[in-house]
Design a protein around this ligand. Structure first.
Ligand code: GLY
Ligand code: MN
Ligand code: MN
Length: 499
């Protein structure tokens, strides 16, 4: 029910003072009434409607049911998804809050200290179930209670009524009622399956406040992890999710070009990080997706270099790995460019080599192959190129050739990308790519300054070119094709920026 329809329906039964309470209801996250520049009516989060959230919950629940199809005496399933909790730099200063991804994917609810429960009980008191016709599934949220004092300091909360109105779940209660709800569940059932990510330790406090007892003292048949089921659904993006991902990648692509144009010999890496964040937020991203790598020269050989505090002299290249988060969806790009605006002959030789490899491996990102196969192919191409440049010996029996190549390329060719940067990590890289998947592909070459086995002119260079791709039935769509990577185009763009 849309909020307006809901109001119309409620208003017939409410006294004027009660109606004012509904109209004045405050929410702990943007909704269409308060943030019309972000959300449309019917959307829980930008682009994603209540119907889509409901569909996600049903998909995950159905997948869980399917795994027990053969087990005749197992009928009842209960899935428990805790939210993230607030973390503090120092009391009372919180780190920026990021919601737990699986919880966010299934509810869209943005407050900490909440829990989503999905179940198909027919035995709980009627007040605890609103059976959906397809699966008999009920979705319930437990959320922080309304609290005038806490809200004065930390901002509004939605409370249980607001949570139902925002998300469209079947019911909602205060978080502290979770323990009692679970106890009631175990009193009414036996031989059920608890779906819960025990190992993830997602919310230790809520775990201790009811979930732990439910598991230790319950009459369940078994406890199964939730993550695999959710990731199997999450890995394929819906049309709305593709739109969100394209926007996230567009913002990062345009912003990264602005950073390249802004860079100059003698620039501090920290300025480039700040410039990236500024440009992304100006384009409506909420934040950077991860601490970016902004590495001048040899520092690019430290794969996770994030100190970003050195001066980049003319003559060095900058390797920048950065992306943004747009309403929960992340981009993940890398570009490498000469800070002076012109590649040296050696830099260009290596850069063109990586680009040749990148274009070849992108063309392999089709449903015929897995990420692992693309990786193996990439190592083979890199080996051939390095041998022809004289940086490696030809394959022979005296050395482990693959091991030697990996010294020039110590990480994987790519990963799934979505709400998390390394998205759906329980999905194997041995899975065939499928239309609707989004991946990051990031070939490169790394030659540390102390690699004395190669001629001196090649030492201290690190290059990576990372793009984000949407898998289709045929060739992938390069979502980041707006971000320059041809070396001539990079030089032209930088020259134009300086003129
Ligand atoms: N930025 C992390 C990665 O490229 O995988
Ligand atoms: Mn990256
Ligand atoms: Mn990546």
């Amino acid at each position: 029910m849309s909020c307006c329809n809901a109001l119309r329906t409620y208003s017939r039964f409410l006294r004027p003072t009660q109606l004012m309470t509904v109209l004045n209801r405050s929410f702990g996250q943007p909704v269409a009434q308060t943030h019309p520049h972000i959300l449309k009516q019917g959307e829980v989060t930008p682009f994603v409607t209540k119907e889509e959230y409901s569909q996600r919950r049903h998909n995950v629940f159905n997948l869980a049911l399917k795994q027990f199809e053969g087990s005749k005496n197992v009928k009842d399933h209960i899935m428990i998804f805790p939210s993230a909790y607030k973390m503090f730099m120092t009391i009372p200063i919180p780190y920026p809050f990021r919601q737990n991804t699986d919880f966010s994917y299934l509810s869209g609810f943005q407050e900490a200290d909440s829990v989503l429960v999905l179940h198909n009980s027919q035995k709980l008191p009627v007040s605890h179930r609103t059976l959906s016709p397809e699966t008999g599934m009920t979705s319930v949220l437990f959320v922080p209670r309304k609290d005038t004092h806490a809200e004065l300091w930390d901002g509004e909360r939605s409370g249980p009524h607001g949570a139902v109105e925002i998300t469209g779940v079947d019911g909602a209660y205060n978080s502290e009622d979770l323990g009692q709800f679970l106890q009631q569940y175990s009193e009414h059932h036996a031989n059920y399956v608890i779906w819960y990510d025990i190992e993830g330790n997602v919310h230790p406090q809520l775990h201790r406040a009811g979930i732990e007892d439910f598991i230790l003292q319950g009459r369940q048949k078994c406890v199964e992890t939730t993550t695999r089921s959710v990731h199997r659904i999450r890995v394929i993006k819906s049309p709305a999710e593709v739109q969100l991902m394209q926007k996230s990648v567009d913002i990062a692509s345009e912003s990264l070009e602005e950073v390249m144009k802004f860079s100059y010999p003698g620039v501090n890496e920290a300025y480039l990080e700040a410039k990236m964040e500024f440009e992304c937020v100006l384009r409506d991203a909420q934040m950077l997706a991860y601490p970016p790598v902004v590495a001048g020269g040899n520092r690019g050989n430290t794969i996770h270099y994030t100190r970003n505090n050195q001066i980049v002299p003319g003559g060095d290249m900058i390797l920048m790995d950065a992306g943004c988060e747009y309403h929960g969806f992340t981009s993940d790009l890398t570009r490498t460019w000469p800070v002076s605006g012109r590649f040296s002959p050696v830099q260009r030789r290596l850069y063109e080599m990586v680009l040749r490899i990148q274009l070849k491996v992108i063309s392999l990102c089709t449903p015929e192959f897995t990420l692992e196969q693309v990786y193996v192919y990439m190592l083979h191409l890199l080996g051939e190129e390095l041998v022809s440049l004289g940086l490696m010996k030809k394959k022979d029996k005296s050395s482990n050739h693959a091991e030697e190549i990996r010294k020039f390329y110590p990480h994987h060719i790519g990963h799934y990308l979505g709400m998390d940067v390394h998205d759906t990590p329980t999905m194997s890289r041995h899975t065939k790519l499928k239309p609707g998947m989004i991946i990051a592909i990031e070939p490169g070459v790394y030659i540390p300054a102390d690699r004395t086995s190669v001629p001196e002119q090649y030492r201290g260079i690190a290059i990576r070119i990372e793009d984000n791709l949407l898998i289709t039935e045929s060739q992938p769509i390069v979502l980041s094709d707006k971000c320059v990577k041809d070396p001539d185009h990079i030089e032209e763009m930088m020259a134009a920026a300086k003129s």
